[in-house]
Design a protein around this ligand. Structure first.
Ligand code: SF4
Length: 396
């Protein structure tokens, strides 16, 4: 099946087409208050109470237009609008579920793994997703990093020779202007040991007009630059967002998508496959499918690990490996990522002479054994030593 994506309707906001296509207009015209949203959506009593939340509300007209006239249970509406559930105590709720404050060696730097580190360039986003995992930082009116702190962050990156990748995050880095972004990329890529930049952004989903020709031409000078998008639902893939993705890939940016499984939004294998196949057709690799972190006020959007594993098991039988996202959970309080995989192994036996036999039952119920050779028969490659120095650099 070839996919056709529909365009959104500027007339809902009485915007002229030129304004609608301007990312600055979209950001300037963002809806932030109960009164703003009530002009376009009949808010439920739970949603009205939700505006008492501590975590800011914000959305571009473009993104809200995807949820207008779609009803109270609309998946995109659940991402945008707070409800009274957000203000109630949760089963497990943390302001910093990834334990980032423990791994914060310089201003705006999060360094948990030896070979990569995050730089939180801004706290601003084009939407404040109700399940955001970084509520300790996002939407806290800090904007672009102050000059003295930026210098400290750069010095840290220079001093840490194990860092190969810097991930620009926030907030959303693409809410910054072209010049600010280019300066950051230029500074980081001039550090000898930094091989690659990733940009984590939800702008192709929420404000796709941000992906201008000028932007991609500026950023491509610093290749390899990887774009990590955050689509959660197939309805987010519109004509505008698909053009934004293609603009990136046509200019040589590998694009990967990270989604979060959310209750009542996308927690069904049919929805995940629909999103994955649409993205793949746009040369965007479905990369991660995250278990929602227990961030403060997001209990009503979380799903169970058992349900997520079942979704993954069902996908396994129908989706190509290219379209399959990796199910993963961030261990609360900063334990890093734990890959979640349905268990296909049904038995394991080791014979007296060291031969191990494992039995697997696949998604279609077919079972068979894999017999491993004993370790005495397994050779090591002769040239691993050539790469030892490189390998040893990837540690703290
Ligand atoms: S775009 Fe990302 S950082 Fe911003 S609120 Fe959504 S999840 Fe959080």
């Amino acid at each position: 099946m070839k996919f056709k994506f529909s365009a959104t309707n500027p007339s809902l906001f009485h915007a002229n087409p030129e304004d609608w296509q301007s990312w600055q207009w979209q950001m300037r015209s963002s809806l932030k208050t109960q009164k703003d949203f009530a002009k376009y959506i009949h808010l439920t009593p739970e949603e009205e109470l939700g505006f008492a939340t501590d975590f800011s509300v914000r959305c571009t007209p473009y993104y809200l237009s995807l949820a207008i006239d779609k009803g109270e249970q609309d998946p995109i509406r659940k991402i945008i609008l707070p409800t009274s559930h957000e203000t109630l105590p949760g089963l497990q709720e943390m302001l910093d579920p990834l334990g980032e404050k423990k791994n914060n060696p310089a201003p705006r730097v999060i360094h948990r793994y030896p070979d990569r580190a995050l730089l939180l360039v801004t706290d601003t986003c084009s939407v404040y997703c109700r399940y955001c995992t970084r509520k300790h930082f996002t939407a806290t009116d800090q904007a672009f990093i102050k000059s003295s702190q930026y210098d400290q962050a750069l010095s840290y990156f220079k001093s840490q020779k194990s860092i190969r990748e810097v991930i620009l995050s926030g907030g959303d880095p693409l809410t910054l202007g072209d010049e600010q972004l280019e300066r950051v990329l230029s500074d980081l890529t001039s550090i000898d040991h930094i091989e690659l930049i990733r940009i984590g952004t939800r702008m192709p989903v929420v404000c796709p007009m941000r992906i201008t020709d000028e932007l991609v031409l500026k950023l491509k000078k610093y290749h390899p630059v990887f774009i990590m998008t955050h689509f959660n639902h197939p309805r987010e893939v519109t004509l505008e967002s698909s053009q934004a993705l293609l603009k990136f890939v046509d200019h040589g940016f590998p694009v990967f998508n990270q989604m979060v499984l959310l209750s009542g939004v996308n927690n069904h294998p049919a929805i995940v496959q629909a999103l994955s196949r649409r993205l793949l057709s746009l040369r965007t690799k479905p990369y991660y499918m995250f278990q929602c972190d227990p961030s403060f006020g997001s209990d009503h959007l979380r799903t169970s690990v058992a349900d997520s594993l079942e979704i993954q098991r069902e996908l396994w039988g129908r989706l190509s490996g290219l379209a399959m996202p990796n199910l993963s959970l961030d261990i609360p309080s900063g334990g890093g990522k734990a890959g979640l995989t349905p268990n296909f192994e049904t038995s394991r036996v080791v014979s007296a002479d060291g031969v191990e036999t494992r039995k697997f039952t696949g998604w279609d119920g077919v079972s068979s054994e894999y017999v491993s050779p004993p370790s005495s028969q397994i050779a090591k490659p002769i040239d691993a030593e050539v790469y030892f120095e490189e390998w040893d650099q990837l540690k703290f």
